[in-house]
Ligand binder design. Structure first.
Ligand SMILES: [Zn+2]
Length: 106
């Protein structure tokens, strides 16, 4: 027989699909009612924080947090790091470059 969810062939006495975890038809394993198909969140979502930094990370997180909390969190972390790390590097470089000069001011 084949899995109703992912289509992989399953050897019989299995009650759940070894590939995706879906319960097999006609058999109700414990917790079957609470089983939800895992929605695939595309890796293309990483483009959002890549181009828009922390803003893109927050948007990607907000859109995907219900579908895949783990990946949503990674997208947010990626967006934050992708914004903070270059900012810190640039700020450090600017600071080191200008540090010896007297600070302009009144
Ligand atoms: Zn399956």
């Amino acid at each position: 027989m084949f899995c109703q969810s992912c289509g992989r062939e399953i050897v019989e006495p299995a009650t759940v699909c070894p590939n995706c975890g879906a319960p097999l038809r006609g058999i109700a394993p414990p917790g079957a009612s609470s089983w939800k198909p895992v929605e695939h969140v595309s890796g293309a979502w990483y483009l959002l924080p890549l181009f828009f930094g922390i803003i893109g990370g927050i948007i990607a997180w907000a859109v995907n947090r219900d579908k895949d909390p783990g990946r949503a969190r990674n997208l947010l972390i990626f967006g934050v790091l992708w914004t903070v790390i270059p900012t810190v590097l640039i700020a450090s470089a600017v600071f080191l470059y200008y540090a010896p000069a007297p600070a302009p001011g009144p």
